[in-house]
Design a protein around this ligand. Structure first.
Ligand SMILES: [Zn+2]
Length: 223
């Protein structure tokens, strides 16, 4: 489902997020540390292994965060009162420079489902390690994935292979949006299974990007 009013919605959404940030009263220790200026970068949060439990933390530390609606589904559910329909949204957030989050939300209105998903995506944000990783390129700059990565979710499997500079993203539309938000510019993609199930596909891409930090490569041993 494509949204005709997407551009306008995103602008009002951005305004409400920044308003929200101005009125923010942190509830967690990490939130308070950020407001007191004791932590001033998202890198510090991940280096210290701290968990993000308030979406405003992400807005405060990554002011140029971008948001993309990946999918909206109508979910029908039988209840005692009859059939109830709700919308389920999947939203990705990223700064196009090494941070990506993917989240989902359900509500009876599309707009609310998107907002919930956007908040969830902020809470799920992770760093993405980038690199050259391509033997054809060898430039050593962080334009691609550092090595081959693989992700799986609900019957979908995706594989991303490092590519040379200038290649672009040789991937499906959903992969391109998520990789772009993460700041990966060049790579090849392969996918297997029920790839038309967009939410599962998006989560498989997210799962693959998480592998960039959970895998330790021989190059890390010497560091
Ligand atoms: Zn390169």
């Amino acid at each position: 489902m494509k949204l005709a009013h997407r551009g306008r919605r995103r602008q009002t959404e951005r305004e409400s997020r920044s308003q929200n940030l101005e009125q923010w009263v942190p509830k967690t220790r990490l939130g308070k540390m950020i407001q007191e200026g004791k932590i001033s970068s998202i890198e510090e949060v991940f280096m210290a292994g701290l968990q993000i439990r308030e979406s405003q933390i992400v807005d405060a530390l990554i002011p140029d965060l971008q948001e993309e609606v990946i999918n909206i589904n109508l979910v029908q559910k039988q209840t005692d009162a009859g059939e109830k329909s709700r919308f389920k949204a999947v939203v990705a957030v990223g700064n196009r420079d090494g941070y990506i989050g993917l989240g989902s939300g359900k509500a009876s209105q599309v707009r609310n489902a998107i907002e919930k998903a956007a908040t969830d995506a902020r809470l799920k944000i992770v760093p993405v390690r980038r690199g050259c990783g391509s033997w054809e390129c060898g430039c050593g700059r962080p334009h691609s994935v550092p090595f081959q990565i693989e992700g799986k979710t609900g019957g979908v499997r995706v594989v991303f292979v490092p590519g040379p500079r200038g290649l672009g993203l040789v991937a499906s539309e959903v992969s391109k949006v998520i990789l772009g938000l993460a700041g990966v510019k060049d790579c090849w993609a392969r996918s297997y299974g029920s790839t038309r199930t967009i939410p599962s596909f998006a989560y498989a891409v997210f799962d693959a990007l998480k592998q960039t930090y959970s895998l330790i490569t021989p190059a890390d041993w010497v560091k």
